[in-house]
Write a protein that binds this ligand. Structure first.
Ligand code: HGY
Ligand code: MN
Ligand code: MN
Length: 417
């Protein structure tokens, strides 16, 4: 039976919720509903194995590429010409159970429901999970999807060294996901990603759906501040070259710059390591990361420049040396208006409350938008909390988002660009 335009398949919400719960058991964080599955860790491998088993059980063609991206398709040739969906199943170290996982498992559910309904589609459907979306163990974030679209060579991905001193290529080999499918990967007809909002906007407004128009720009920098290790008791304050003092001032400066610029500007110092990190030793060096984001590229550059100048001034006064390394830099992305409109029309048709909005978080969709018409669907995060084991989205919102994803993917199989 051919799918008449706009007719839909109804997803099985209970099956989706069961899979989300089962996957969340892998790397579960004791006493919370969150999980920890850092990219290419044993927990990541276990999660991958479970999802690949579900994909294979549906009889899908499953490919693993040279950086570990996994694509499952109803057609014979991966994602070529397919309407594609997906996200990631790696998490931050203190992650929730929905970040990324919802998009992958909802995509799988849409395919299962479509196959069960025996609907003949004009185009194949594909669902993917991309390697290392989080980037917290191995920068940059969205590493797998960036390579998938040709934005980072396989060779440079494989040699990235993690904060823990391990190497991507070796870890991929170790967990058995250094595949042979080509990367960059096949070009889909369209890509739509379902994701939790991870912010407070929808929850505060009491809305069910975010129709995502784009993703804000991201700038990750690592600073190494080098001073002079010294005795905490005998070294007069005037003789110190204390990198921790500079790190503290840089963190406050980053926050002040974001507050002064206002709007969507955010600044985060998420990691700080001191050496030798001992109670009675003035540190030798401090390594810190700075995450700056803005929906506007010019303002993001302004924030970067202001912080760079401020850091140099603060270091100079203290006699501390600064080296900086860019860990990730992505300009703001605008999604394809045709796909955004399609989502909005179908959400309206389904009577869902919604609003258009940008994404504050990075997503694989921002990379796929380089090679095909792309957009995203958000569902609310309770209290806007994410990257936290307490991350939560209500069941009815998870199911409504997955159903809208089904409606959108199937409608896009009927659209020619
Ligand atoms: O950093 C991000 O926005 C995403 O969670 N990787
Ligand atoms: Mn995510
Ligand atoms: Mn995330």
């Amino acid at each position: 039976m051919r799918l008449p335009y706009g007719a839909v398949v109804s997803i099985d919400g209970a099956r989706l919720l069961d899979r989300l719960a089962e996957l969340a058991q892998i790397g579960a964080i004791e006493g919370t509903q969150g999980c920890s599955r850092l990219a290419f860790s044993d927990a990541d491998r276990e999660g991958r194995d479970l999802v690949v088993t579900w994909m294979r059980d549906l009889g899908l063609t499953v490919t693993v590429d040279t950086v570990g991206n996994v694509v499952a398709s109803t057609g014979g040739d991966g994602a070529t010409g397919a309407v594609m969906t997906g996200s990631h199943i790696d998490t931050v170290g203190t992650g929730g159970r929905y970040d990324g996982n919802l998009g992958v498992l909802a995509g799988l559910e849409v395919i299962e429901a479509t196959l069960a309904a025996g609907i003949e589609l004009q185009r194949p459907l594909a669902v993917a999970f991309f390697s290392n979306e989080e980037g917290s163990r191995y920068p940059p974030d969205m590493m797998g999807s960036l390579a998938y679209v040709g934005g980072m060579s396989v060779e440079s991905v494989l040699k990235v060294e993690g904060a823990d001193g391990t190497i991507v290529g070796e870890e991929l080999e170790r967990i058995g996901y250094r595949g042979s499918a080509p990367c960059p990967g096949a070009i889909p007809h369209a890509y739509v990603e379902l994701h939790i909002e991870q912010g407070p906007v929808l929850d505060r407004a009491g809305l069910q759906i975010g129709v995502v128009e784009g993703v804000q720009g991201i700038s990750w920098t690592e600073l190494v501040l080098t001073g002079q290790s010294n005795h905490a008791g005998t070294t007069p304050m005037a003789l110190r070259r204390d990198p921790m003092a500079v790190a503290a001032e840089v963190a406050v400066a980053a926050r002040d710059i974001a507050l002064e610029l206002g709007g969507s500007q955010v600044a985060t110092v998420g990691s700080l390591t001191l050496h030798p990190n001992l109670v009675n030793v003035v540190p030798a060096n401090a390594t810190m990361t700075i995450d700056l984001r803005n929906t506007d590229e010019k303002t993001l550059q302004l924030a970067e420049n202001q912080l760079r100048i401020r850091t140099a001034e603060l270091a100079e006064v203290e006699g501390v040396d600064v080296t900086s390394r860019a860990l990730a830099r992505f300009e703001p992305v605008e999604f394809d208006g045709r796909v955004v409109n399609q989502i909005e029309q179908l959400a309206t048709k389904s009577g869902l409350s919604m609003r258009r909005m940008p994404s504050g978080a990075g997503h694989d969709a921002q990379m796929l938008s380089r090679i095909c018409p792309t957009a995203m669907i958000f569902v609310p995060s309770v209290d806007g909390v994410s990257h936290n084991p307490a991350e939560h989205t209500e069941e009815q919102d998870l199911i409504a988002g997955a159903q809208l994803l089904a409606d959108t993917l199937l409608a896009l199989t009927e659209v020619t660009w």
